[in-house]
Design a protein around this ligand. Structure first.
Ligand SMILES: [Zn+2]
Length: 214
């Protein structure tokens, strides 16, 4: 398959502002000063381009992803967002979408390339990009743990709030320690042990609900 990629010449100031603000803010959160070989953003013009790059028929909610090896964030162009996805465009939505994908790249640097539980990886990206503000708080936690190895639209419902609770109750450093320690984790059992070691309680729907006094 052949692709044509071109440089956006006249800078889009809105996008540039999002990029710089996000890099600064995420750098502060993750404790990473990222100045060389910084991420690149590639805008895709339609669903077909997304499907070609993902090598499958994608669902309408998928509008962006991050390739940590290439350090590239792929996003559906803002002008085409409503035409080729199930999302409604707003400046806040698009800002947090790009920040979310950039956050995945910082996470992977900290975890030395490991993803760990999908709910954790997505939860951290959602929390750090401010997407919780655009979401409805779940009345109780009941599905995030089912997203350990698999993704899907359901993982975005609770995971951001789980991470918010962890940060608000126990501080950012424990979360960063958890992400850093993923390097030695290969399965859910090992992750649960690591979580227990860092947080001094077992991860479950009940324990997270209690911590959040949900
Ligand atoms: Zn994500």
């Amino acid at each position: 398959m052949l692709y044509k990629l071109s440089l956006v010449k006249s800078g889009d100031r809105f996008i540039e502002r999002i990029f710089h603000e996000s890099m600064k803010d995420l750098g502060k959160f993750y404790g990473i000063t990222w100045t060389t070989n910084t991420p690149k953003i590639v805008f895709l013009k339609d669903r077909k381009s997304i499907d070609l790059l993902r090598a499958k028929k994608t669902e309408p909610w998928l509008v962006g992803w991050a390739d940590d090896r290439m350090r590239i964030v792929f996003v559906l162009d803002k002008k085409e967002l409503e035409r080729y996805s199930s999302h409604t465009y707003s400046k806040d939505y698009y800002h947090s979408l790009i920040k979310h994908e950039l956050s995945h790249l910082f996470y992977k640097i900290l975890s030395a390339g490991k993803q760990g539980p999908v709910w954790l990886s997505e939860g951290v990206a959602i929390y750090t990009s401010g997407q919780n503000k655009l979401k409805i708080k779940p009345s109780k936690f009941k599905n995030f743990l089912s997203f350990y190895n698999r993704g899907g639209s359901g993982v975005y419902e609770e995971s951001g709030f789980v991470v918010e609770i962890l940060v608000k109750r126990f501080g950012k450093n424990k979360l960063l320690k958890l992400i850093k320690s993923l390097e030695d984790v290969s399965n859910e059992k090992q992750f649960n042990k690591l979580f227990q070691k860092i947080y001094k309680f077992q991860i479950s729907y009940k324990s997270i609900s209690l911590q959040g006094s949900w």
